[in-house]
Design a protein around this ligand. Structure first.
Ligand code: BTN
Length: 331
């Protein structure tokens, strides 16, 4: 188990107090540091947005917490087996996927989570960028080291997708749908995107980084006018803000549960759960594979996560990459 940071310990003392107050003496005893060092920790929590009162002869009182994705906040009450034992929070970074990959290259253990408040070079699929403003959304990457073949690793995209759908429903009650391969939609508008990246050798995966971006509290004005697709956020759909910390905890729990199932039972349960969230199964679709268009009926996923399309001639096409769109009735 990870040892707690001083900030994490202080927040835990605030959670446990029955009087509302925690004395400076108690904090210095528990941390084994001087009162001056305690004061520095309190100051650093205040700088992060925690409202902490100091009342003479009673101690410190926490009167307000920000919705900041601090590791200690996410970890509080997080009941996972593998995911999130080590969580790194960055106020700003280029891309959590880049940071997670660098840490994985340096030997980080499976389950490492990198989360950022803002990304300056958020990566989307097919070399696109991912809009990543501060203070509103979730940008998160998880390192996994599954003992699977490189060809099987794309299955994990569907694991992320199902985890995001379940976390959205748990936190908001909304029922998202999925669009192959990596989009999560609310009312037909994209609310989350997934970008999994892998380091592998010929016959083994070194690690997979599950990159997950979820538009949580973004307002309509914060979306660029020239997006390639209609987009939304949970807050737009709900008409109220959601807690980023609560959402992140729920998401990590879902990933942990699904990954455990994936390791024990293989990909089918995860792929079947994804198919249940897909409202295009059995419908007419067009897949834009850049060099060609494939038209047919969406038949589901094969075991590697490739899209199966039943063409008008009755044969099945296996699609590995492309953009799917429905064919409207009467077209
Ligand atoms: C897409 O739909 O094109 C995929 C978007 C993936 C965005 C997330 S945000 C966290 C992680 N870090 C990145 O740079 N990208 C992914």
């Amino acid at each position: 188990m990870m040892t707690s940071s001083p900030r994490e310990t202080i927040l835990q003392l605030f959670r446990e107090t029955t009087t509302g107050f925690v004395s400076g003496v108690r904090i210095s005893e528990v941390l084994g540091v001087s009162r001056t060092a305690v004061w520095k920790q309190i100051t650093s929590l205040r700088e992060l947005g925690y409202q902490i009162e100091a009342v003479p002869s009673r101690g410190y009182r926490l009167v307000g917490s920000p919705d900041v994705l601090l590791a200690e906040e996410i970890r509080s009450g997080l009941d996972t087996r593998i995911i999130g034992e080590d969580i790194r929070f960055l106020t700003v970074t280029d891309s959590t996927n880049l940071q997670a990959s660098a840490l994985a290259d340096a030997g980080a253990a499976e389950g490492l989570v990198v989360v950022a408040d803002r990304q300056t070079a958020g990566k989307g699929r097919l070399g696109r960028s991912w809009v990543s403003p501060a203070a509103v959304n979730l940008y998160l990457s998880v390192v996994l080291r599954p003992a699977v073949l490189p060809v099987e690793a794309p299955q994990l995209t569907f694991l992320s997708a199902v985890a995001v759908c379940r976390a959205i429903t748990e936190v908001s009650g909304l029922q998202p749908t999925v669009k192959w391969p990596n989009d999560i939609l609310l009312n037909g508008r994209k609310t989350a995107g997934l970008l999994n990246e892998m380091s592998s050798e010929t016959d083994r995966v070194n690690y997979v980084v599950l990159g997950i971006g979820v538009n949580l509290n973004m307002t309509a004005e914060q979306f660029p006018t020239l997006l390639r697709y209609p987009a939304t956020s949970l807050a737009i759909e709900l008409g109220r803000q959601v807690s980023r910390v609560e959402f992140t905890r729920s998401l990590l729990k879902q990933i942990d549960t699904l990954y455990d199932e994936y390791l024990r039972s293989g990909p089918r349960p995860v792929l079947a759960a994804w198919e249940e969230h897909c409202d295009l199964t059995g419908k007419s679709i067009v897949v834009d594979c850049q060099s060609r268009l494939i038209k047919g009926i969406m038949a589901g996923l094969d075991d590697d996560g490739a899209l199966l399309v039943k063409t008008p001639s009755g044969t099945f096409e296996k699609v590995l990459t492309g953009d799917v769109r429905p064919v409207e009735q009467g077209m």
